[in-house]
Design a binder for this molecule. Structure first.
Ligand code: SF4
Length: 174
């Protein structure tokens, strides 16, 4: 069976971002995977209890998602409200969904405090990013799920091809 992929719902056109917009990605592979029934959409922030729209939030003090999960960093919204628990709840919901569908891979929206995988905003709300991952990405990675950004769809396809080849080899071994 072809592996399923957890996907940020906003990449598939759902208008669930903080400002009520989507971040739709047009890519033939995404269309193909969707036709094959292999995509499992999730918005961790909505799953964590946020509405749409909602105030923008960032991980404070240039920390990363792993620090939030470890309890040593907070997520704050632009009003200064501590919204950490919603982000952790949303990450947990995304993980449970991924595990329920046996997703080994995820394609998530980069720069988000939940879904970022390469860069996230630094908590200053000044548009500054730094290298790091969001809360959901960190939790997925802690459970062995490989996370790719929306700019890495071709790299994900290459990884899936290697994964499928390895699975075929292990099936034919006596
Ligand atoms: S939490 Fe993830 S899926 Fe939801 S709007 Fe933000 S980037 Fe998209």
């Amino acid at each position: 069976m072809l592996p399923k992929i957890l996907v940020s719902a906003c990449l598939l056109g759902s208008p669930v971002r903080y400002n009520g917009s989507a971040k739709t990605v047009a890519h033939a592979l995404l269309d193909q995977w969707q036709r094959e029934g292999r995509l499992v959409p999730v918005c961790p922030e909505v799953a964590g209890g946020f509405g749409v729209p909602r105030p923008p939030a960032e991980i404070a003090a240039a920390a990363c998602g792993a620090a939030v999960l470890a309890g040593t960093a907070r997520v704050i919204d632009v009003r200064g409200m501590d919204v950490t628990s919603h982000f952790v709840d949303g990450a947990q919901a995304a993980l449970e969904l991924a595990l329920a569908h046996d997703c080994r891979f995820a394609l998530l929206t980069d720069a988000s405090p939940s879904c970022g995988s390469h860069a996230i905003y630094d908590g200053s709300f000044a548009g500054r990013k730094h290298a790091g991952a969001g809360v959901t990405t960190a939790l997925l990675r802690q459970h062995g799920i490989e996370v790719f950004a929306e700019t890495e769809i071709d790299a994900l396809e290459a990884r899936l091809a290697r994964f499928n080849a390895q699975a075929r080899v292990s099936r034919t071994r006596p």
